[in-house]
Design a protein around this ligand. Structure first.
Ligand code: IVH
Length: 686
């Protein structure tokens, strides 16, 4: 750049009113973040990395903090953080939010069509849009000039509750709409849709609640409703809710001709329409869609409970109008129920990997949606008491997606007087050790150190596909290996011989060979996988990955103090405590050493590349007063830097303690950046 130009540039920068310049930057950041949010949450096709997004987000936060006059309620930073409400206010819907009639068979669908044709006095084929019926909670979002003004529940259809703060935490709810040609934004747009919680986060939420002794949600829909009813939106923000849109209320200034066009316009403005939808020329096509969707139902990541069939043309919809609070032009064609009633034959406590006793109801076998259900988890004692489930009770069970069958409720009106209350045993049903309940915990645990049930469960976990992935080493074999005392811990798996395996039931020579090969193959793994396989409480795959990236080696993780562990992203006091406790136990260390000695290997993970010391090489010299050298090295590596023992022109920093000698001299000669210990400590804390 030539000097004069650069001068002018700086001059403008200086003379341009600061606030104006900042305002421009803030506007630009908001636009960019809105775009990235849409790419990530709506299109599932991000343009930038999480780190780049975070950097933009932090910059915006910083500017808004520094210039409070620039804060705005629809800024991407304002999805969370509103103060808790005392109560929700009521919102009247401009057009009532109707409900839908239901049908359960093709015959009834046929009758629906005949009603339409009679009403229209015309038996030409009708074009429909068939869409998945999302099992969530209906909401309405109101936009004026493309900006979100209110979000509300359905309520009684006429009046709902203002849950704007909570809906703003849902990433799929656009705060500001995207302009789109050739579909100009209506001046006022009321969008309707279904908020839902996907099955995986639902299960996780319930697991957390079970562990904390809190009441469980019966299904994802209840969890969604509970999350949207929070007066404190920071609670809602912890639930990864999502939204699919399926219609509109009042719209000022729109010229769309059909529901199909509407779904496309909604998509262009930044919403997610229901992904499973099809334009159908006749009922046969609707039936084909219904069958396809039902076949996919269990594999979908969220719950659907049928297909909504809508007349496509808006002109026809208007002509058809509504009847008894339901549109005449739409119907819910429901899947068969996945609930059934049956009897509790007994309740059996099962001992899990961590020693927790889970009461499982053994049921009179009952078919639900094509599967025979024989037992269902009752989770814990608190749940049994809360639902008042007794041995001999008639109960309602639900099978939802891949979720374990779930006891919804008991039916006390069906009791005969023969029912018995369940009690947790005082002794472990497997090893006889004492069962105890820690204060404040919902779970009862077996205290037996050598409980074979715990061992079996932890071995099953260790060998499973998501863990060490030992093909062919399943439940039955593990039970035998433990029962025959061939295996006492995971380390023993790698000492098994051909003869030992061949001695097991239903194990031919060839399968024994295959199993040995599979065990051998599992020895080469990755550090996160290995860590997660150990079944340490609170350490799942994601946390294991963070730990591995932070520390690089297993040795570093084993040595880390609880404080050091807490430097890792997502690791709080509880997780750090659990890790430190695990590694502090000699039995666990022995098993790990045994595994390593048997040849289990994993390449060290490259230390985090995006730390604040990424790319920097440090040399430590002299005596450090505040921390030891190994500690300093760990801290540097944790922040992405490298430590080298010799000074060269590639060295970024030389940390000089007292009595630093030759290395310091060389660093001075090379003109390297030399930092004293206190300066180094300040860098770490920055
Ligand atoms: S269209 C008159 N489409 O199901 C309402 N609704 O049982 C027209 N729902 O209140 C709604 N998925 O909250 C429509 N793809 C979908 C839907 C859907 C779920 C909900 C909606 C409605 C309820 C009726």
């Amino acid at each position: 750049m030539d000097l004069t130009k650069s001068e002018t540039y700086h001059q403008t920068r200086r003379t341009m009113p600061t606030l104006h310049r900042i305002r421009t930057e803030v506007e630009r950041l908001r636009q960019e973040l809105t775009l990235h949010n849409h790419r990530y949450y709506v299109l599932d096709d991000p343009l930038v990395s999480d780190a780049e997004y975070d950097a933009l987000f932090r910059r915006l936060l910083e500017l808004e903090k520094q210039y409070p006059e620039l804060q705005a309620p629809l800024s991407p930073t304002q999805r969370v953080g509103a103060p808790p409400l005392a109560a929700f206010t009521q919102v009247r819907h401009s057009l009532p939010m109707l409900s839908l009639g239901n049908v359960l068979s093709r015959e009834e669908m046929q009758e629906f069509q005949e009603r339409l044709q009679r009403f229209l006095k015309n038996d030409e084929p009708i074009e429909y849009v068939a869409e998945a019926k999302i099992d969530g909670v209906a909401v309405e979002l109101v936009y004026e000039q493309g900006k979100l003004v209110v979000g509300a529940t359905r309520g009684d259809g006429e009046t709902g509750e203002d849950i704007t703060q909570n809906l703003k935490t849902v990433r799929a709810v656009p705060l500001v709409l995207l302009p789109s040609h050739p579909r100009p934004l209506p001046a006022r747009l009321e969008v309707r849709g279904e908020v839902f919680l996907a099955s995986a986060p639902f299960r996780q939420l319930n697991q957390e609640r079970a562990a904390a002794g809190e009441p469980l949600f019966a299904n994802p829909r209840n969890a969604t409703a509970g999350s949207l009813k929070q007066l404190d939106s920071s609670v809602t923000a912890t639930r990864p809710l999502d939204l699919f849109c399926h219609g509109v209320g009042q719209v000022d200034g729109m010229s769309l001709a059909s529901h199909w066009d509407l779904t496309q316009a909604l998509q262009a403005w930044g919403f997610k329409p229901v992904p499973q939808r099809r334009l159908c020329g006749n009922l046969a096509e609707v039936f084909a869609f219904f069958d396809e969707l039902q076949a996919q139902r269990d594999a979908l990541p969220y719950e659907i409970d049928g297909v909504v069939v809508k007349v496509n043309s808006f002109a026809l919809q208007r002509q058809l109008g509504e009847i008894s609070r339901s549109p005449r032009w739409a119907i819910a064609y429901k899947f068969p129920a996945r609930q059934a009633t049956t009897k509790v034959l007994s309740i059996v406590p099962q001992v899990g990997r961590t020693g927790v006793l889970t009461p499982v109801a053994e049921l009179e076998p009952v078919g639900i949606g094509g599967v025979t259900v024989r037992n269902a988890s009752l989770h814990n004692m608190d749940e049994i008491l809360r639902k008042d489930i007794r041995i001999g009770d008639t109960i309602v069970v639900e099978r939802a997606g891949d979720v374990i069958p779930y006891v919804v409720k008991s039916l006390p009106e069906k009791r005969t007087g023969e029912e018995r209350l369940f009690q947790m045993p005082l002794q472990c049903p497997v090893c006889g050790a004492e069962v105890e309940r820690e204060a404040g915990e919902a779970a009862y645990r077996c205290t037996g150190l050598a409980c074979s049930a715990k061992l079996k469960e932890s071995l099953k976990f260790f060998c499973s596909r998501g863990s060490m992935d030992i093909e062919g080493l399943g439940e039955k074999l593990i039970d035998q290996l433990v029962d025959k005392a061939l295996v006492h811990d995971a380390g023993d798996l790698y000492q098994l011989t051909q003869e030992q395996l061949a001695s097991l039931e239903r194990m031919a020579e060839k399968s024994a060979q295959n199993l040995l090969a599979a065990i051998d193959k599992s020895k080469t793994t990755t550090l996160p996988r290995f860590l997660a396989s150990l079944g340490i409480r609170h350490i799942g795959e994601a946390t294991a990955k963070q730990l591995a990236e932070h520390f690089g080696t297993l040795a570093a993780i084993r040595q880390a103090s609880a404080d050091e562990l807490q430097q890792v992203r997502d690791v709080g006091a509880e997780v750090a405590g659990s890790l430190a406790h695990f590694f502090a136990q000699p039995q666990n260390s022995q098993v790990i050493d045994k595994l390593l000695a048997a040849g289990v290997v994993f390449p060290a993970v490259a230390a985090r590349r995006d730390g604040k010391f990424s790319g920097a090489t440090f040399v430590l010299t002299g005596t450090l007063a505040v921390m030891t050298r190994p500690d300093a090295q760990k801290r540097i590596e944790a922040l992405g830097g490298k430590v080298s023992s010799s000074v060269s022109k590639l060295t970024t920093y030389v940390v000089a303690g007292t009595e630093a000698g030759a290395k310091l001299e060389k660093a001075q000669k090379l003109g390297l950046r030399i930092v004293a210990e206190d300066e180094f400590v300040a860098m770490l804390q920055e």
